[in-house]
Ligand binder design. Structure first.
Ligand code: AMP
Length: 201
């Protein structure tokens, strides 16, 4: 069963790769950015609260994200595995991942592989800032203007980048060079996933 966290800066291709891998491994693709954008479009209470943060390029508060991800992972399609795209974004959110997994393990009576958390792998897409800015400007999403892009990269470096060390120190991290063709990145990700102890075969 594949359970993955896709890390990497804005513009790295997380969404594209997560969708491809979810299709290939037949697991749920959970994108917090997509769920938020859908809530903004439908003007739900969550969307109304999240919009101002997203427009500035800031992270939406953890309390909102926590409820949202808990609801999403309670849906039946995630039972067969999942790929989390855009979550966790900071150390506090990474601790929700641990909490949610340990809750689920208790509920399902899953055996513990030995280190207190169920198996999952964090994959990190690596790209230079220069390439990212070019890609984001070409993409043209509502929050892809120059000022917001700069802010999103800054937020990434301050809040999300520490997750790389967090998962590396727990031996859960693989890094993949992201500045190549979509197919080449997908191939490298599959190889990393298929050879990892932290993916149940
Ligand atoms: P993304 O589609 O992952 O690039 O996310 C777009 C925007 O949604 C981000 O710039 C944040 O404002 C917000 N967002 C997405 N995921 C999260 C998250 N896990 N925590 C906080 N904010 C998030």
């Amino acid at each position: 069963m594949v359970k993955l966290l896709i890390l990497g800066p804005p513009g790295a291709g997380k969404g594209t790769q997560a969708a491809r891998l979810a299709g290939f491994y037949n697991v749920a693709h959970v994108s917090t950015g997509e769920i938020l954008r859908s809530n903004v479009a439908r003007q739900t209470p969550l969307g109304i609260q999240a919009k101002e943060y997203m427009n500035r390029g800031d992270l939406v508060p953890d309390s909102l994200i926590r409820n949202m991800i808990e609801d999403r992972l309670a849906q039946p399609d995630t039972k067969i595995g999942w790929i989390l795209d855009g979550f966790p974004r900071n150390i506090n959110q990474a601790s929700f991942v641990d909490e949610l997994l340990s809750k689920k393990m208790v509920l399902k009576g899953e055996s513990d592989p030995g280190d207190g958390a169920s198996r999952f792998l964090a994959v990190n897409l690596v790209l230079s800032d220069e390439v990212l800015v070019k890609r984001l400007l070409a993409r043209g999403r509502a929050d892809d203007n120059e000022e917001t892009i700069r802010r999103r990269l800054q937020v990434h470096n301050q809040e999300t980048e520490p997750l790389i060390e967090f998962y590396r120190s727990r031996d859960r991290l693989v890094s993949v060079e992201g500045d190549r063709s979509v197919d080449a990145v997908t191939q490298a990700l599959k190889e990393a996933i298929d050879s990892s102890y932290y993916v149940e075969k």
